[in-house]
Structures are given as C-alpha cells and as structure tokens.
Design a protein around this ligand. Structure first.
Ligand code: FMN
Length: 213
C-alpha cells in the first residue's frame, strides 16, 4: 500500500489545471432532473468550444473520507483506493467545475457530500491548533457553477443545498461564478418540460466557459 501511495502521488504531481470543465452529478436517480440539468449546463460549455467531461457519483464506487490524514503527507488521498482515486486527476486538470445536486432532506445528497469530503486531501494544514490551512487548488483561476433542484416551492424547502456546495468549493479555491436553484420539480426528468430553467442552466454553462477563456 505504501508503494501504491507513492505512485498515486507521483502521477498527480505531473498534472496541471487546463481550460476544461468537469461536471459532477449528485443524484442517485438515473435520467432524473439533475442529470438533465447537468447535460444542459455542459451543452452551454461545449457551445463555447471548451472541452468537458462528466461523472455521475452514483456510478463510481467510493467511500466518504475516513479522516486517516494520510493526505497530509501525500497531498492526495492514499488512505482509500476506490473510484475517487482516478477521479482526482480529472478534478486537478479541470479549471471549471459544475456541481448539480437534488435536495435530499434540505441538503445535498449523501453522494455529493461524500464527494466533497473526499476533496479534503487538497488542503494543506499547519501544525497550529486550530490548524492554519490553505488549498492546493487555490490561486489557479478555478471557476465553478452550482445547480440545485427540489420538489417543493422555495428556498426554505431547498434548505442548505446550494450553500453546502458553495461554501466548501469556495474554501478549496474555486470562484463560484453562478448558481441556479430550481423549485417545484418532482417526477423523474420532468424538468425537460421547463424550457426556461433549461435555458438558464445552458446560459450558466456558457458563462462558465467564457470565464475560462
Ligand atoms: C430522500 C429524498 C429527500 C428529499 N428531500 C427533499 C427536500 O427536503 N425538499 C424538497 O423540496 N424536495 C426533496 N426531495 C425531492 C427531490 O429533491 C426532487 O424530486 C428532485 O427533483 C429530484 O431530483 P433528481 O431527479 O435529480 O434525483 C427529496 C427526495 C428524496 C428522494
């Protein structure tokens, strides 16, 4: 395991941020509203000829952070070898990030929370108490957009969903240049009928792409 840790570390050290976008979908529901929204954000990105890729967190086998702190030394997660191990390279090399999550109990889904927790490995900490910290991803012109969708009517029903994505990725060094909250959508894929919301998230994607050029 020690040797594997060194290999993972060395491979990631060679990577640098590029003008491309990674979309991350946090819904467990395939072809649900978040999937449709993520596709439309990325369509907007592609329209500006910016390369993009995407992952659906439900499709990768990964665990939440276990707090082993191996990343303090290795600067990347070496304590867990799972679906996130390969995903880190996509995060490091994509200056643009799109996070989309449905509201589950006034918050992001547990998939999105586990994903964000696994970004903990990008922090540098000093030995003070509380530990002074910085992010390895900061100062690299990283930009992000976030989208949340829920069944009920308003911000109160959506709870912390946007905030739970915005606050940690800002701490990591992303500038959140736009966000969209979408209400009153329950049935799988129903958002396809809401052309206004789709147009809004498409524009969000274009804005993200423009910010990277
Ligand atoms: C476990 C669970 C919890 C939910 N909690 C909320 C909630 O707190 N507020 C709300 O408005 N909608 C809530 N919803 C509804 C979803 O946010 C809504 O159906 C959304 O459109 C699902 O998006 P998806 O198709 O991308 O999964 C919940 C749905 C599930 C399955």
């Amino acid at each position: 395991m020690k040797m594997l840790g060194s290999i993972i570390k060395a491979n990631n050290e060679d990577l640098f941020p590029e003008n491309k976008v990674l979309g991350v979908g946090g819904s467990p529901r395939k072809n649900g509203n978040s999937d449709v929204l993520l596709r439309h954000v990325l369509k907007g990105v592609s329209q500006k000829n910016i390369e993009c890729g995407s992952i659906q967190l439900r499709d990768i086998q990964f665990q939440g952070c276990i707090g082993c702190e191996k990343c303090r030394k290795d600067k990347i997660c070496t304590g867990l070898i799972d679906g996130m191990t390969l995903t880190y390279s996509q995060i490091i090399t994509s200056k643009g990030l799109v996070l989309v999550s449905p509201t589950h109990n006034y918050n992001i889904t547990s998939w999105m929370k586990a994903f964000i927790d696994r970004l903990y490995c990008f922090y540098n900490f000093q030995n003070t108490r509380p530990r002074a910290w910085s992010s390895q991803l900061a100062g690299q012109d990283r930009k992000a957009v976030i989208v949340a969708v829920c069944e009920q009517e308003n911000k109160k029903d959506m709870g912390f969903t946007l905030e739970a994505m915005r606050t940690p990725i800002e701490a990591l060094g992303y500038q959140v240049i736009g966000e969209q909250a979408i209400f009153r959508v329950f049935d799988r894929g129903k958002i396809k009928e809401d052309t206004e919301s789709l147009e809004r998230v498409f524009t969000l994607g274009k804005t993200l792409a423009k910010s990277l050029i």
